[in-house]
Design a protein around this ligand. Structure first.
Ligand SMILES: [Zn+2]
Ligand SMILES: [Zn+2]
Length: 412
């Protein structure tokens, strides 16, 4: 019996769950893996699922589990109100960590990742006479917090399951459906999320001279931070400094006592990371001093993600394998993405190679038209957009083929 992957995708899409709350999704994924004959454990790193598919060589004398391939999918959704207008659009709500009720949508396509994973495992099970080794399936929570991989590692996945020889994963993107984007070396940026608290001295809005205004301090800081990428980073290099959140004050005639900024920083390597972090700290402290702040600002790191670096040799093998199956023109080098991922913690902690690729979900005709008009950025919704909606077909099929083909490349 074959699994109805379209029905699975639509069901997951209509029931998105926020990070570390993916209990329904995890339960469905675990049940499919059990039905396919895997040993399955749930609740690994809060809501994570691990499935083990052992397929030792049928020949006698083979010792151990053979090559061990870890394949990983993430499963959390985002606090975004879906605007796609699709018949199966999400109307789900969730409660975020602050206790606020928010709309929830699979705006990053992790529902597609789980669907393709189940399809790939089904294919590997069906083809088990043709390969040997062990596949460990990781269905990871809370990628959007950059915390789910770490939670699963802290739960002991490296000690409790066969150790990987390689870690593989994939992410759906607005490339045209049918296209795979993969490159050796840095595939995605490293990133840090910071919260900066600027301290002023509050008072009456009519008496600014008796206060130290953190709103002005915050405004000057935000503007000066923009000069890191425009004036300090080599134009040949890449870095992103985004202030995604700014909060101060409650009322027009009160000068508040503090302002909070939330920063998202991205860079391709450790050198750039150190430079940007040092620049942020220098500017934040200098702007506070320039405002006459009586208390030093606080800079807190909320999360830190390493660069997603694909092993050159393993990536060349995956690229060749995917080109054989999908056609040479279907596999492209998409360049480095400034987005970040926590998938590489699995490979880094295990000390083994990683290959992580992108696969397209955009309507190829719409993408071609947008490309011809020079309007890809405007017309093709990206991950995290309320309009992000991968084409169901052939995106599922290509995701299944890509993941199973890449896994087979490293199995006996
Ligand atoms: Zn995302
Ligand atoms: Zn994602």
């Amino acid at each position: 019996m074959t699994i109805d992957l379209e029905a699975l995708y639509i069901d997951l899409h209509q029931h998105p769950e926020l990070s570390f709350q993916e209990t329904r999704t995890a339960g469905i994924a675990a049940q499919h893996l059990r039905d396919l004959g895997l040993e399955v454990e749930e609740g690994v790193g809060v809501t994570g699922v691990v499935g083990v598919l052992r397929n030792p060589s049928s020949g006698s004398g083979e010792s151990g589990d053979g090559p061990v391939v870890w394949i990983r999918a993430d499963m959390d959704a985002l606090p975004v109100e879906e605007q796609t207008g699709l018949t199966y659009a999400s109307t789900a709500k969730g409660v975020d960590p602050a206790g606020t009720t928010v709309p929830v949508m699979h705006a990053c396509g992790h529902d597609m990742h789980v669907t393709a994973m189940i399809g790939a495992v089904e294919k590997l099970v069906a083809e088990r006479a043709d390969w040997s080794g062990t596949v460990v399936v990781l269905i990871q929570p809370a990628e959007e917090y950059g915390a789910g991989a770490r939670a699963m590692l802290d739960a002991g996945v490296l000690d409790r399951y066969p150790k990987p020889d390689i870690v593989l994963g994939q992410h759906v993107t607005p490339l045209p459906a049918g296209i795979i984007g993969v490159r050796g070396g840095t595939q995605m940026a490293a990133s840090d999320g910071l919260t900066v608290t600027l301290h002023g001295r509050g008072g009456h809005g009519s008496r600014p001279h008796a206060t130290i205004d953190p709103v002005v301090m915050a405004a000057a800081t935000v503007m000066r931070l923009q000069t890191i990428t425009s004036r300090e980073i080599d134009p040949q290099g890449v870095a992103v400094v985004t202030v995604g959140s700014i909060h101060a004050g409650l009322k027009n005639n009160i000068i508040p006592a503090e302002a909070k900024l939330e920063l998202s920083l991205r860079y391709p390597d450790e050198d750039a990371r150190e430079k940007v972090l040092a620049s942020v700290e220098r500017i934040v402290r200098a702007e506070a001093a320039a405002s006459g702040a009586e208390r030093e600002p606080e800079i807190r790191t909320d999360h830190t993600l390493p660069a997603t670096i694909n092993d050159e040799e393993a990536t060349a093998r995956v690229t060749a394998a995917l080109q054989r199956v999908l056609g040479e023109a279907s596999v492209i080098d998409p360049g480095m993405f400034t987005g970040s991922e926590d998938v590489s913690w699995f490979a880094r902690d295990a000390g083994v190679p990683l290959v992580f690729w992108f696969w397209g979900g955009a309507d190829p005709a719409k993408f071609a038209a947008a490309n011809a008009a020079g309007r890809v950025a405007e017309d093709i919704p990206t991950n995290h957009s309320p309009y992000f909606a991968p084409e169901i077909h052939p995106t599922i099929e290509v995701g299944v083929t890509a993941l199973s083909t890449a896994a087979r490349e490293f199995l006996g």
